[in-house]
Design a binder for this molecule. Sequence first.
Ligand SMILES: [Zn+2]
Ligand SMILES: [Zn+2]
Length: 147
Amino acid sequence: MSNLELQQLVEKISYTFFNKPFQHRAYFNQRLQTTGGRYHLRSHDIDINPKMADSIPNLTGIIKHELVHYHLHLAGYSGKHNTPEFKHLLQQVGGSRYAPRLTKNYRYCYQCSDCGRQYNRQRRLNVTKYVCSRCRGRLVLLPAAKF
Ligand SMILES: [Zn+2]
Ligand SMILES: [Zn+2]
């Protein structure tokens, strides 16, 4: 899905579910790692994690969630999650309760045997080659259950 298609989808959802136009920018942001989407209070733009485009129901839920922030904020409300206005409007349009958080798939956790600093990695580290970047201590692999 392109940025243009995302923009059109956000505009369409805004008209269909909120009866109001979306007049700012929506775009994919590769740098979003663990968040599904964000609404920017200053620019009023919405950016979306490109991974969300894999599932249209998920994507729609996130767009609705961010549009609740958008329309409440433009109407003079705080647009924070814990307000009655937020909960009510979100329920009305059927948006995701939470902008879904994506957990990175870390398979290995290493801990420095000297200072205790932890390093999460998706791949195995060669511990004879890599040492703690803070204290140069030896790294040990923790059992999976510990993190
Ligand atoms: Zn939110
Ligand atoms: Zn260390």
